[in-house]
Each structure stands twice: as C-alpha cells, then as structure tokens.
Design a protein around this ligand. Structure first.
Ligand code: PXL
Length: 277
C-alpha cells in the first residue's frame, strides 16, 4: 500500500541536549506533516559545542540498524544527510542511498564539514574527498560559505562575499545543473542571505532576512529540516528557502531577548506553529 503521508529518512547525529541534528529534525518535519524516520550516526548527551559531553559513535551499529529497514521494505520520498563522523559512515550512507533511492526520492546533503573558514578537527582529507563524491548524488545541497569554498576548491575570503562570487560558487557546485545549491550565511550589510541555484527552474536567486548578530549552534539543522519538509509539501525551492529563512529569523530575533547559553540553540518551539499551514 502507498504511504498515507510523505516519509523521509534523516541521517545525522542524535544530541539529547542543545537544539541540533536529529533532535530538531523530528519536531520540525513532523509539525510540517511529514513522517520523519531517523538514522543516528552518533549519540551525544549534548553537542560538542559544550565543554563536556558524552559521545558514542554509532558506526558499528548502523548496518544492523539499516538492515532491519530493508527487511521492512521501507521507502522514502526524501533522504537527508548531515554530520558524518568518520570515513566509514560515508560508505554506509552511500549504500543507504543506493539501496533506498527510488525515482521519486529527493536526496538532500548538508555537507557539514567546516565553518568560519575552518575545517572541523574531525575531518580528514579522505572525508573531504568522500563528501565531494556524496554531493554528486544530491538533488539539493546546503553548504555554508566555507563548505562551498572547500568543495569547489575556491579560496575562502570571509562571510561577506559578493553575489557574483556566490553565483560562481553555485555554478561550480551544481554538477552540470543536476544539483540545486543553497549557499547559506552570506553577510550582506545588515542582512543575512542564502544564494541559490535551482536546478528545477535553472535559475539563480537570493533570499535575505535581517541579521541577528549572535550565532547559535544547530541553526543549519533547523534550516535544512524546514527545506526538506517544505519540498515534500510540494513547495518550489524558492518558497522552501524563504520559509526556512523566516523561521530562523523569527526564532533568532526571539532568542536574543534571553541571556541563554548560545549552545542551547535557537528557541524555535514557539514558532513551530508558523510552519503549519
Ligand atoms: O549542527 C550542530 C551540531 C550537530 N551535531 C553535533 C555538534 C553540533 C555543533 O556543535 O557538535 C555533534
């Protein structure tokens, strides 16, 4: 029987505290009316932005976990990947996509590997080259500027890049127009913008909101989760990026009123209802 509602698989780490990764994908995607099925890559008590945390890699367990989903003959309308902790996880994710991708399945890759000009300490050259390979099978990728520069072999020159440079990065990353590219976090005066290449309409556009001058970990995970659910709700990429940007702006401009630890993440819960139409 066909699934009564759309269903997606999200591959990411599970951090119990500190609003990020699977902990935010579940409520956001569910609120938007999509069944959200999760594949953890690691289990953390709280994310690595805090000075202390419990961390357990799930690499050795992932294959047995996924095998059960094969027995259940599950199918997905979208598969999304986020933080991957080691080279072997790339091979597991590649096989997951090979095994579960159907003609309808949208593949979204958030190439979580670097920020603010710096590659994460856990990242090896092998993982970088495997990320280049992984984005080649994606329908949509959501790099920040640092990730877009690394993946396209361009020099990183800070977060205030011109829209011409953003367009050229999109052209380098769009895999001969087979991949939509959403470059996030571009600072433009008092705004923060995403610059987008949309493969479905073969067009470029930007989406900007006023910039809240405080950076909260996990914001990228909230953003990508809204995009995934929005695409499954038949939105065009422009609508999906606009909805995600507005949601982040609402949560960020609310969160800065409180003196919380930025590690605790964006206070997005009061705005979940704005995602439901
Ligand atoms: O995207 C935020 C995030 C997700 N997962 C883990 C993290 C962080 C940010 O620090 O450490 C494990």
């Amino acid at each position: 029987m066909a699934n009564p509602i759309k269903r997606c698989a999200i591959i990411n780490d599970f951090s119990g505290f500190g609003r990020c990764s699977l902990s935010v994908s579940l409520p956001i995607i569910s609120a938007m009316g999509i069944q959200c099925c999760t594949v953890p890559t690691a289990i953390l008590s709280n994310h690595t932005g805090y000075s202390s945390y419990f961390f357990e890699s799930f690499t050795d367990k992932m294959q047995s976990y996924i095998k059960e989903w094969q027995k259940l003959e599950l199918d997905f309308d979208l598969i999304s990947t986020g933080f991957l902790g080691c080279s072997e996880q790339f091979d597991i994710v590649k096989s997951f996509i090979n095994d579960f991708k159907q003609s309808k399945t949208i593949i979204v890759v958030d190439p979580v590997m670097a920020d603010n000009g710096k590659i994460y300490s856990t990242y090896t050259d092998e993982m970088c080259s495997k990320m280049k390979d992984l984005i080649s099978v994606a329908d949509v990728i959501t790099p920040n500027i640092t990730e877009a520069c690394i993946l396209s072999g361009e020099k990183y020159d800070g977060e205030e890049i011109s829209f011409e440079k953003a367009k050229s990065l999109c052209q380098k990353l769009n895999n001969n127009k087979k991949t939509s590219v959403v470059i996030t976090g571009i600072i433009n005066s008092e705004d923060i913008c995403s610059f987008v290449y949309d493969k479905y309409s073969d067009s470029f556009f930007k989406v900007c909101t006023p910039r809240v001058k405080k950076a909260y970990p996990g914001t990228g995970d909230l953003f990508t989760s809204v995009i995934c659910a929005s695409l499954l709700n038949q939105s065009e990429l422009k609508e999906a990026v606009s909805l995600a940007s507005k949601f982040i702006y609402d949560a960020a401009s609310y969160s800065i009123n409180f003196d919380t630890d930025i590690n605790d993440g964006l206070i997005y819960e009061p705005f979940l209802k704005t995602l439901i139409n």
